[in-house]
Ligand binder design. Structure first.
Ligand SMILES: [Zn+2]
Ligand SMILES: [Zn+2]
Length: 264
């Protein structure tokens, strides 16, 4: 089985390893393709996204690595474009479109940094109504293709990241289901495909990938293929869970891409 991964972070944002270390790890694991997806520059100060002035260096470095390792692995130069980023993505091979914040009462509320922060934000900005928080999140997600013109929709239900450890969100509630399903319906109209993202499993937050099984089934019913990504931040997790997910999708008869060229 050929393993691929197109959701990869490095020291250019919040990853632990250099681009070359990630490429060498991918080659070592016999992967056929790897795509890099640096966190796009954000309109506020953060230590986990690239600065706009660093983007040319990021691209140059990856172009050099693409040439150096062209006989061993295919390298794609992408970006994980945040919903609130304003930079151009024209020069990238592909874009992952992701929502990492809700903008509420003049503040960017981080969805995925810590469970305590999420809990406090729901209390402070939503009077404790976690479902209203999710409704706002999915409103942005439903618009992520329009905003970023992405080829891949990143971690669709990221809002549930901490739910296994701290169950703040009733995902069986009708309001939650309606918000998530409406976003799926909107995004299915776009050419973008959904990723199955194993990143929160490798980092110990969850035991299952994004999106949750019930949402995944709805997406699969549309006939659109998935892409399986590890959202890796270090050499040890670059292929995490990908072969296993591919086997599971094969068993269900669900489609997934085997090369990024299928959607470019
Ligand atoms: Zn992300
Ligand atoms: Zn990511």
């Amino acid at each position: 089985m050929k393993i691929t991964n197109y959701h990869t972070h490095t020291v250019y944002c919040d990853g632990k390893n250099t681009c070359e270390e990630m490429v060498l790890s991918a080659i070592d694991k016999n992967m056929s393709e790897i795509g890099f997806s640096v966190h796009s520059p954000l309109p506020f100060d953060t230590d986990w996204a690239i600065k706009e002035e660093e983007l040319p260096k990021y691209k140059q470095e990856l172009l050099a690595l693409r040439e150096k390792y062209k006989n061993q692995i295919k390298i794609y130069i992408g970006i994980e474009q945040d919903y609130f980023s304003a930079n151009s993505t024209d020069d990238f091979d592909y874009v992952i479109g992701s929502v990492h914040h809700i903008y509420k009462n003049g503040e960017y509320l981080a969805i995925d940094l810590s469970a305590d922060e999420v809990k406090n934000n729901i209390k402070k900005h939503y009077d404790g109504d976690a479902l209203a928080y999710c409704e706002d999140y999915y409103k942005l997600v439903s618009d992520v293709y329009n905003r970023t013109k992405c080829q891949i929709i990143g971690h669709f239900d990221l809002v549930t990241k901490f739910n296994e450890r701290m169950p703040l969100i009733e995902t069986n509630n009708k309001r939650y289901q309606k918000a998530a399903q409406n976003a799926i319906k909107e995004l299915l109209k776009s050419p973008a495909i959904f990723e199955i993202n194993t990143g929160a499993i490798s980092r110990g937050y969850r035991t299952t990938p994004y999106p949750a099984d019930d949402l995944l089934d709805i997406i699969a019913d549309s006939g659109k293929p998935f892409v399986i990504n590890s959202d890796s931040h270090s050499v040890d997790s670059i292929d995490f869970g990908i072969a296993k997910m591919a086997r599971e999708l094969d068993m269900c008869g669900y489609k997934y891409i085997k090369s990024l060229d299928e959607i470019l």
